[in-house]
Design a protein around this ligand. Sequence first.
Ligand SMILES: [Zn+2]
Length: 413
Amino acid sequence: MINLQHKGLSIEGVQGHNRQVILKALHDLGTCSRKDISIVSGLDQATVTRAIGPLLEDGVVEEVGLVKGGRGRRSINLNFSETGRHILCLRLQRRSFSISVFNLRGESVVLEEFAIPKGQPATDTFNDITQAMELRIADFTQMDGIGIAVPGPFLESDERVILITESPEWQGFDLISALRSQFTELAFYSTHDAKAAALTEWRHSARKSGSKVLLYISAGQGIGSALVIGGEVYRGSRGLAGEIGHMSIDIGGALCKCGNTGCLELYASRIALLRAVRERATKRLPKEATFTDVVDAYTDNDPIAKEEVNKVACYLAQGITNCINFANPDLIVIGDEYVRFGESFLNVIKSQVEKALLPSVYRSITIELSALTEDTVLKGAFLDVFAQTYLGATRDTQERTTIDAIRKEGEIR
Ligand SMILES: [Zn+2]
């Protein structure tokens, strides 16, 4: 057993620490034996067995089947409970919201998406959200917590969405606080969508490839990013780190709601892309063309779709180059809706980035599209709640400022 008592930790403290170490090992290993956990955690097998007891009783962990061990011995494997406990996650986007319920293994057992009609008042959308959440919560006997992922800029320390470009109806609406007051009996955690997705990408690819610094770019309805350093999401002093969407790529460019000019999001978001395509309406891509229409036309080599999507790729490449020069990542994963444009889109980004960097810097970086088919934001929201509920992760929070104070600071325009 790890001896922490000399550091002033109580017996309960030691037991709590051991429990977290064991759950972390199980979270990383998946189905495994008590012996596997003992090897990975560094705790002796008796300690592991003792600590697992209450976790089995509480339905956090369950025994799964008999497996043959060495020398013909049979042992019982363990995993997190498949059906006993759940975590509900909500993802808010500009034009939709989705809800997923996960079991403690991180498997999504429910996934629903709801459209948000353009211009619908925030109070109506809030009612739609709470109604959908209540229905789902009622379906499960044990809900351990709720995770919500929102677009940025999001002051994580204050749990406050400052600005959702193209969605003025959310300005000044204290969404997280309002949700909290609706679901007072449940633990509630909020996070920025790109940070959530980055966590999922790190768990699935960077951890396996041995990447030290992952830069995740989320490109779709909004443009966001997040840095994961050694498995930890870098949050910044108030949780605002990674706001690549509001990094300028043109000092003389259009004025953004954030106050800056030429923000990347104004040129590279799905909304900007659709606007550009619709302005040049053709028979193939008429004024009411959807994002899927643009993806199909691009895949079919439609000249206008090619030109406009390639422009977006160049804008993104500029933003990515700026990030590389600043943060020196070794792996860059581009995720969200733009993954649908595929390898040719990625190749335009790569060739632009290559032109803008020193050869030795470019060679040290892998740039790829997300290969995950699940919703990485919802999964990341789950991982965030899970880590805070079971693995002892903590998040710095400051005293929340009032909405009036934020307005006075000029953050709400
Ligand atoms: Zn901006």
